[in-house]
Design a binder for this molecule. Sequence first.
Ligand code: PRP
Length: 217
Amino acid sequence: MDTIEEQRYLTFALGKGRLAKQALAAFEKTGITCQEMKDKDTRKLIFVNEELKLKFFLAKGPDVPTYVEYGAADIGIVGKDTILEEARNIYEVLDLGFGKCRMCVCGPKEAEELLKHHELIRVATKYPRIAKNYFYNRKHQTVEIIKLNGSIELAPIVGLSEVIVDIVETGSTLRENGLHVLEEVCPLSARMVVNQVSMKMEHERITRLIQDLKEVL
Ligand code: PRP
């Protein structure tokens, strides 16, 4: 085995925001810390733990699988929604169990009939691949997918679409806007993903990390 001096840096891409914070809390329980990342006011994007030869960087969630596929990061922490939507060539190795929510088809109660009768409806979503896969391959229903970038719940309210495919966590956004879960597409949570070459080259370090995380989660 390499001595610590000879080890290369193992690089982590974390999706900015809540997932990154929860991931760091989990790492901390395994003895992996990154002091400089705890500074709330920092605008830095890369953080280093020299002692353990680790680097962490903060990326936009949907870009995490891209960094991992190209090997710019060995490991990524990202939501299952992003993994499904980005469909990158990466290994998904661990369900971290936090960031739990559901991908759902939502809309006003009246839209339920349209789903039952396989009508040609409009579906607004930030996740066109997931929505397309669900309607075309699982439900065998032809729909028109409309890509939006946020505040998806607006679409059925203002008449842009009949339903939406979106993340439901507490359900408050739906409730406050008079919408309902009509169908569940899949459960979601944070996952650890690994670059396919890194998994071979750094097999020992990465499998130990997965094992350590499993024990503390
Ligand atoms: C997400 C999601 C829903 C909401 C669900 O939006 O798209 O709108 O959270 O959470 P809830 O069930 O707890 O209400 P986000 O806050 O990420 O903003 P967005 O509108 O930019 O997608």
